[in-house]
Design a protein around this ligand. Structure first.
Ligand SMILES: [Zn+2]
Length: 247
């Protein structure tokens, strides 16, 4: 590790659970972030600052004025620009040691294998069930960890499906019956700093998975930012799940 990297990551390296070996592991890892909105913004900033070596960014949206109250990777001058281009520029300026590629694409069943093939860990910051389910199936089939988040109103959730290490349940185990777009986050109300909290949690879980120090049984966290209640739970495998039952 070069001198400036030792300095940059020194506060990480001082943590015995990370040390130089762990920091090098982060530098050698590749992650895909799907969605560069309220969750993808803080998540990608912390992962870039933490020295994830290869970051692949996916989004097919342009920055809108109504994004700016929570999508903190953009500023007022970015309205109208492609989110992927602005985010990539910001992350590289934050940490020139990382490699960052951006893809102005919407993930779908046809393109997902090609788009995510170079990412070992997938962070789902998308805003709709259709995309989440497609990503879930891809991660399950390819034994790639899926860290997924969602926010509506004052409440947010974090899911950690560790497909690379465990016979993990999957997103579909919980949400088999939900197809309704009305329940997606895209047009919902959302408390601005909650997006920062959940996006940051996604970065925490992703880094712990990469370092293989995520020993908690709980794979689901729910946070109510109005009451400050935090619940941790273990999602059990649904024996009838159409995606993961045969494993
Ligand atoms: Zn399942």
């Amino acid at each position: 590790m070069k001198h400036d990297e030792l300095m940059r990551y020194s506060r990480h390296i001082m943590l015995p659970e990370i040390d130089i070996a762990g920091q090098e592991k982060l530098s050698n890892s590749s992650i895909g972030i799907v969605g560069l909105g309220g969750l993808g913004s803080p998540c990608s900033i912390y992962l870039a600052a933490s020295g994830i070596g290869k970051m692949n960014l996916f989004d097919d949206d342009y920055v809108e004025l109504s994004n700016l109250n929570r999508q903190i990777i953009y500023d007022s001058s970015d309205v109208g620009a492609k989110k992927t281009l602005v985010a990539k520029k910001r992350l590289i300026s934050l940490n020139e040691n990382i490699v960052c590629d951006s893809f102005f694409e919407r993930i779908n069943k046809k393109n997902i294998n090609e788009l995510l093939k170079n990412s070992d860990f997938i962070v789902d910051c998308s805003d709709n069930f259709e995309t989440r389910k497609i990503i879930n199936e891809y991660c399950f089939k390819n034994d790639k960890d899926l860290i997924s988040g969602a926010c509506i109103g004052w409440k947010g959730q974090i899911f950690n499906f560790n497909f690379s290490s465990f016979n993990s349940p999957c997103y579909e185990c919980l949400f088999e019956e939900i197809e309704d777009e009305d329940l997606s986050c895209r047009e919902s109300s959302i408390f601005s700093p909650l997006a920062g909290l959940i996006g940051t949690f996604l970065a925490i879980e992703t880094i712990k998975n990469i370092l293989e120090i995520n020993n908690s049984e709980e794979n689901f966290i729910e946070i109510d930012s109005l009451t400050n209640e935090i619940q941790k739970r273990t999602i059990k495998k649904n024996p009838f799940c159409k995606i993961c039952k045969n494993k």
